[in-house]
Design a protein. Structure first.
Length: 206
């Protein structure tokens, strides 16, 4: 949706909004994690202060298994949404305008043009961003590390695969076990990369 808005003819100040959406991706991860940590603080966090002002109960973002996942997810979404939107924008701009003109002459509606032209041509990009986001999720480390520490928090709700690897290697001194985790992570990422290549290749042959 963001990419469509940035590509729309009626949208003004496109270059400004493109820069704004991409800015979180080039911001320091540590700085982002610290800022979001001030948002999700249990006692003095900005969000809980707003809840208290509205007469709502505070949320224990850090020590609750569910809400710590929400907090980390929001950090990741804020950081990578603009990046993916720019990739989709490049894909939209690569679609030939002649296809839409021909479809309009043939009487195709905007909905039909989206599902019959735009979506099939964006298929490789969609697969690329999905696989890339999945691999990025497997490698998530800095955000939960700064927000909840290297143990994943009191309830282990913020424990990611790479954070678990780090805690086993440098916390418990189990370097062999951590190496095994790293190899498994490498194999999983390799499988996802292979699937991505196969799907994209299949889409290009059609």
């Amino acid at each position: 949706m963001i990419a469509f808005l940035l590509n729309a003819a009626f949208m003004k100040f496109k270059d400004f909004f493109r820069a704004v959406f991409f800015l979180p991706n080039i911001t320091s991860i540590v700085a982002v994690a610290i800022i979001f940590g001030s948002f999700f603080g249990t006692q003095f966090g900005l969000i809980n202060s707003l809840f208290q002002a509205l007469g709502l109960e505070r949320i224990d973002w850090i020590n609750d298994t569910f809400w710590v996942k929400v907090a980390i997810s929001l950090m990741v979404i804020w950081r990578w949404t603009g990046y993916n939107a720019i990739i989709y924008l490049a894909g939209l701009q690569a679609v030939p305008g002649d296809l839409y003109e021909a479809a309009t002459i043939d009487g195709a509606s905007r909905t039909q043009q989206f599902f019959r032209i735009t979506l099939p041509l964006l298929r490789p990009i969609i697969l690329f961003t999905v696989i890339l986001s999945t691999i990025g999720g497997m490698q998530l480390f800095t955000e939960p590390m700064i927000l909840v520490g290297n143990t994943g928090g009191a309830t282990k709700g913020g424990l990611t695969l790479v954070l678990y690897l780090y805690s086993q290697a440098f916390g418990n001194q189990l370097f062999g076990y951590a190496s095994a985790i790293a190899w498994m992570l490498f194999l999983i990422i390799g499988v996802f990369s292979f699937l991505n290549w196969k799907f994209i290749s299949k889409g290009e042959t059609h």
